[in-house]
Design a protein around this ligand. Structure first.
Ligand SMILES: Nc1ncnc2c1ncn2[C@@H]1O[C@H](COP(=O)(O)OP(=O)(O)OP(=O)(O)O)[C@@H](O)[C@H]1O
Ligand SMILES: [Zn+2]
Length: 840
C-alpha cells in the first residue's frame, strides 16, 4: 500500500530523505520516527519489522506503520538499524484493529502489538546475545577490531550475555552499532531474533531410485533380495505403504524414514539399500505443526440434521441483512457442525475463517474433528503451544497458506487479510476477556469490530448466551437463530434440587454429600455409567478456622484466606502463590481445635475415593492440568471409560462431549449464587445449565442433582424447566432497575499502590475530579474491591456508568486527563492506574 515509487523519486536530482513511523511493543502512547538509511529505501514497506535504537543503549524490534518524508521538528531522528522482513507481518487491517483496540480499551497501540505479536517476532534489549554457532574466527572473511575480539572471547567464555551486560563490558557508546556489525559479520546472534532462532523442522524421507519404478526392474530387484530377507522386508514394507505398482507418481513423496524405525526394521538394512542406490534418501522441511501433514483419513462429510440445516439456512438469511448472528442452541444440539459447514463454504471460496474457543475448551475432541474435515489448512493458536509454533501460524496466516485458524482470544490479533467469517463459540465465556496486562480486551466484542474491518460475518454461539449478546439479538442489532433439539437420540436430563436443609435435619448428609446424591452415584456406578461432579473451587478446603478464637488462616500478602491443599499438606494463596506448611495449632491462641471450612475439588476427590474405592476417579482443575498434555490425558481417560467419575471446576462445563455420562452432581450451588457481583446470577445459571448439558448426550438418559440450602431460590424454578429466556427476562428487570449492562456501559478504574493511605487518598481525589466532569450520577464512589490487597499491593476501584449514547471517546480523554493530573502530584506519582473498559 505505501509502496512508494522510488524510481521516479531517484530520477529527481534532489534526493529526499525517508522517515518511518515505527510502532514499538512498549506501553508508550505514540509511534516513533526513524530515518531510513539509503540502502534500505527500496525495501521499506508498511507492516514489516525494523530493529531500531531506543533510549540510550537499547535496541528493540518494532513494526513500520507509516512511511513519509517529514523530518521531526524538535529532534534529530535516529537511523533505523535493520529491516527484518521482506513481506509485511502485520496487515493493513490489523493496524486498523490495533488502533480501535487501543482507543476503545484505553491502552496504547504498543500494548496491543505486544500481546498480539508472538515473542518469536519480537526482539528487545532483553534479548540475549550469543556467538553464532556457525562462526569460526579463522575462517571468517572479516577483519575484527580489538573490541570485537574481546567480545568474541568473552562470548566464548560466557555463552550468553544480556544486552545490558554486553553494553557494560564493552563500555562503548555505540553498543547497537557494535552489535549490528557483529551481526552482519555473522559472529553473533540475538536469540530472540526470529530468523536465527526459528529453524524449520526437517524430516528424512525415503523413495525408490527412479530405475526401479519400472515393473520388470522391480520384480528383478525383489528376486535379487530374496537372499537378504531383512532388506526385502524393508522393500516390501515400502511397497505396502507406497503402492508404486498402481501409481508410480506416489513414489515422488515416498515415506518418512522414521516409520521403519518405529516398526523396528533393521537400520543397517535400510542404510545398505540407500548405499546400493535402491532407495534415495532426501530431506524436506516439514511444518513444526505436524498435524498439518496428517492428510490421511480426511473425512469431508458434514451431514446436517434437518433442524441443523434449517438453522444454517436461517443464519445465511440473517447474513443478507446483518453482520452478526447469535446462535442460541441448547447443549448437545450440534452447533459445531453448523459452524463447520459454514466455515467450509468460506474456505472453499478462498477466503479466511477464524474459529474462536475459550482457552481450555480447545480440546483434542474439537481439534480432531476439525482436522478430519479440513486437514492441512488449519492453524491452531493456543497459549500452550510453543512460540515457534505460534510464529508458524502467524506467518502462515500472513502468507495465506493457512486460511482457517482455530484459536483462543489472542488469535483475533493474527495478520488476516481476507477474513470472511468469524465464529465465537461459547460466546458467554468470561475467558474471552483479558484481565492483565493491557489491553483488557474482550475477544468476542473485538470480533465484531474485526468482522466489520474485513466486511466479514460473525456468528456468536452458545447454549447460554451472555445477556449483552442476547439483548442485542432481542433488540434487533444482531440476528437470532434458535436450535431447540439435541442432535440424535439425546434428550435433556432431568434436574432435581436437593434441599440440603431438610436433609441435614433428617441427618441424611454425610461429609457435605446428601444421601440422595450418593445413592444416585452408586446406582450409576453399578450400571457402569459415568458421572461428572462439579464444584467451582479448587484445593481441599477454602480456609482453616480456629474453633476457639475464630482465627482464620489468611495470606500474608493478600486479603484472602489461604486454601488448604491436602496433597502437600500446605496452605496456599490462590492469588499470589504464597504457601506455608499447614499449622497444627491456631497461630493466634494456640488452640488445636482447627477445622477445615468449606470444600474444594481436592476434598471431593478424597471423599468420593473413600465412598467408591473400586471406581477410578479423576479430578480436572487448574492444579491437575498444568502440564501441556495433562488436560488431554484426563479427557481421554474419561472418554475411553477408564475414569468413571470426573470431578472438576468450571473446566468440566465447557463444551465437553461424552456419550456415557448419566449423572451430573453440583455439590455447592449456593457458592456461585451468592457471589457479590451483578453478574453472579447470570453466571450461576449459565454454569449450572452448561454442566447439566454434559449429561444425556446420547441414548442414555441423564439426571442432574443440585445440592442447595436455598432450594426456593427463583433461579431453580427456571433452571428446572430449562427456561433460559424466563430467567433472562427476570434478571433484565433487575439490571434495568439498578442500571447495569446491557443498559449502561461500565469503565472500571483501579488504583494500585504499596501504601494503603495514598491509594485511598488518590482514589478520593480522582473521584472528585471525575464527578466534576461527568457528574456524580455517572461515577460511583471509590470502594475497596472484594480482595483489597494482592501481593502487598492495595487496590481501590472507581466505577463509571455511562448511559448508552453518552459520548465515549471524549469521556475516555477526560478520564485520562484526570488521571494524568493526579499523577502530577508527587504524592501519587507512584500509583498505578489501570483502566478496564467493559469489565467482566
Ligand atoms: N450433523 C451431525 N452429524 C454427526 N454428528 C453430529 C452432528 N451434529 C451433532 N453431532 C454430534 O452430536 C454431539 C453434540 O454436538 P456438539 O458438541 O457440537 O454440541 P454443541 O451444540 O456444541 O453442545 P454444547 O453447547 O453442549 O457444547 C457431538 O458428539 C457431535 O459430534
Ligand atoms: Zn496471597
Amino acid at each position: 500500500m505505501s509502496q512508494l515509487n522510488l524510481n521516479t523519486i531517484e530520477e529527481e536530482s534532489l534526493r529526499k530523505t525517508f522517515f518511518v513511523q515505527v510502532l514499538l511493543p512498549v506501553p508508550i502512547p505514540k509511534t516513533f520516527t526513524y530515518r531510513v538509511p539509503q540502502k534500505y529505501e527500496e525495501h521499506i514497506q508498511v507492516g514489516i519489522r525494523a530493529i531500531v535504537p531506543f533510549g540510550k543503549k537499547k535496541i528493540i524490534t518494532g513494526v513500520i506503520s507509516a512511511i513519509h518524508q517529514d523530518a521531526p521538528n524538535d529532534y534529530e531522528a535516529k537511523y533505523l538499524l535493520e529491516l527484518l522482513d521482506e513481506y509485511p507481518v502485520v496487515s493493513r487491517q490489523q493496524f486498523q484493529l490495533f488502533e480501535w483496540m487501543s482507543q476503545y480499551y484505553m491502552a496504547t497501540e504498543g500494548e496491543v502489538l505486544n500481546v498480539g505479536l508472538p515473542s518469536g517476532l519480537k526482539l528487545s534489549s532483553e534479548s540475549k546475545i550469543q556467538l553464532n554457532p556457525a562462526f569460526q574466527l579463522e575462517q571468517s572473511p572479516y577483519i575484527f577490531s580489538q573490541i570485537e575480539e574481546v567480545v568474541i572471547n568473552l562470548l566464548k567464555k560466557e555463552g550468553l550475555l544480556s544486552y545490558e551486560q554486553f553494553a557494560e563490558i564493552t563500555n562503548t557508546k555505540q553498543t547497537s552499532v557494535l552489535i549490528k556489525d557483529l551481526l552482519k559479520k555473522q559472529v553473533i546472534m540475538l536469540i530472540e531474533q526470529v530468523q536465527e532462532r526459528y529453524k524449520p523442522k526437517t524430516e528424512k524421507r525415503l523413495r525408490l531410485q527412479k530405475d526401479w519404478l519400472d515393473k520388470a526392474q522391480l520384480n528383478n530387484l525383489m528376486q535379487q533380495l530374496d537372499k537378504k530377507p531383512k532388506q526385502l522386508d524393508v522393500l516390501l514394507k515400502y511397497l505396502q505403504v507406497v503402492p508404486v505398482f498402481n501409481d508410480s507418481s506416489k513414489n515422488e513423496i515416498g515415506v518418512a524414514k522414521s516409520i521403519f524405525k518405529e516398526e523396528q526394521f533393521s537400520t543397517s538394512s535400510i542404510n545398505t539399500l540407500i548405499k546400493n542406490k535402491i532407495f534415495e534418501e532426501y530431506e524436506v522441511i516439514t511444518s513444526r505443526l505436524d498435524y498439518l501433514n496428517r492428510q490421511e483419513n480426511l473425512d469431508h462429510e458434514i451431514t446436517l440434521s434437518p433442524a441443523q440445516e434449517a438453522c444454517r439456512d436461517e443464519i445465511n438469511t440473517i447474513f443478507a441483512e446483518k453482520d452478526v448472528a447469535l446462535l442460541h442452541g441448547i447443549t448437545g444440539s450440534g452447533k459445531t457442525e453448523i459452524y463447520l459447514s459454514l466455515i467450509r463454504e468460506v474456505i472453499e471460496s478462498g477466503s479466511q475463517a477464524l474459529f474462536l474457543l475459550p482457552e481450555i475448551a480447545i480440546t483434542t475432541q474439537m481439534i480432531q474433528r476439525v482436522r478430519k474435515i479440513f486437514g492441512d489448512q488449519v492453524g491452531i493458536y493456543h497459549s500452550k503451544f510453543s512460540d515457534a509454533e505460534r510464529v508458524e501460524v502467524w506467518q502462515g496466516v500472513a502468507e495465506g497458506t493457512i486460511n482457517f485458524v482455530i484459536g483462543v482470544r489472542s488469535s483475533i490479533l493474527l495478520p488476516f487479510n481476507n477474513l470472511s467469517l468469524i465464529v465465537v463459540d461459547e460466546e458467554h465465556e468470561s475467558s474471552y476477556k483479558q484481565y492483565d496486562p493491557a489491553p483488557r480486551y474482550n475477544a468476542r466484542d473485538t470480533a465484531v469490530v474485526l468482522a466489520n474491518i474485513h466486511k466479514a460475518k460473525l456468528i456468536l454461539g452458545s447454549a447460554t448466551p451472555s445477556y449483552e449478546s442476547y439483548y442485542n439479538a432481542k433488540t434487533g442489532k444482531y440476528g437470532l437463530s434458535v436450535l431447540t433439539e439435541r442432535y440424535g437420540e439425546g434428550t435433556m436430563p432431568e434436574i432435581e434440587v436437593i434441599d440440603m436443609r431438610r436433609q441435614k435435619a433428617k441427618k441424611l448428609v454425610k461429609d457435605d454429600y446428601s444421601h440422595s446424591l450418593l445413592a444416585a452415584l452408586e446406582s450409576e456406578m453399578n450400571k457402569g455409567n459415568q458421572a461428572i461432579i462439579f464444584q467451582n473451587r479448587r484445593g481441599y478446603a477454602p480456609y482453616l478456622q480456629c474453633e476457639t478464637c475464630g482465627w482464620i488462616s489468611e495470606c500474608e500478602n493478600c486479603s484472602v484466606s489461604l486454601t488448604y491443599h491436602m496433597h502437600q499438606h500446605e496452605l496456599k494463596c490462590h492469588y499470589c502463590g504464597y504457601r506455608q506448611k499447614s499449622p497444627s495449632a491456631c497461630l493466634s491462641c494456640e488452640s488445636t481445635a482447627l477445622v477445615m471450612k468449606g470444600f474444594g475439588t481436592e476434598k471431593i476427590e478424597d471423599d468420593l475415593k473413600l465412598h467408591f474405592p473400586d471406581v477410578k476417579i479423576q479430578r480436572m482443575d487448574r492444579d491437575t492440568t498444568r502440564k501441556k498434555y495433562s488436560y488431554q490425558q484426563i479427557i481421554e481417560s474419561f472418554e475411553s471409560g477408564e475414569t468413571q467419575i470426573l470431578i472438576g471446576t468450571q473446566m468440566v462445563t465447557k463444551g465437553l462431549d461424552f456419550e456415557n455420562v448419566s449423572l451430573v452432581g453440583i455439590v455447592d450451588a449456593d457458592r456461585m449464587m451468592y457471589y457479590p457481583d451483578f453478574r453472579a446470577h447470570e453466571r450461576a445459571f449459565q454454569m449450572m445449565l452448561q454442566v447439566s448439558g454434559r449429561a444425556g448426550r446420547s441414548h442414555k438418559k441423564g439426571k442432574v442433582w443440585i445440592q442447595s440450602f436455598q432450594e426456593n431460590h427463583p433461579l431453580f424454578n427456571y433452571l428446572l424447566k430449562y427456561d433460559y429466556e424466563g430467567f433472562y427476562e427476570l434478571q433484565l428487570q433487575e439490571r434495568h432497575s439498578f442500571f447495569y449492562p446491557p443498559f449502561c456501559r461500565l469503565i472500571k478504574i483501579v488504583l494500585k499502590g504499596a501504601q494503603a493511605d495514598s491509594v485511598r487518598n488518590g482514589a478520593r481525589l480522582l473521584y472528585e475530579s471525575l464527578i466534576g466532569k461527568l457528574s456524580s450520577q455517572r461515577v460511583l464512589a471509590p470502594h475497596e474491591p472484594m480482595i483489597a490487597k494482592i501481593r502487598n499491593i492495595y487496590h481501590m476501584e472507581i466505577w463509571i456508568k455511562l448511559e448508552k449514547g453518552y459520548p465515549l471517546e471524549s469521556t475516555k480523554s477526560q478520564i485520562k486527563a484526570s488521571v494524568n493530573k493526579l499523577q502530577e502530584n508527587s504524592q501519587f506519582r507512584k500509583l498505578r492506574v489501570v483502566f478496564d473498559v467493559d469489565p467482566q
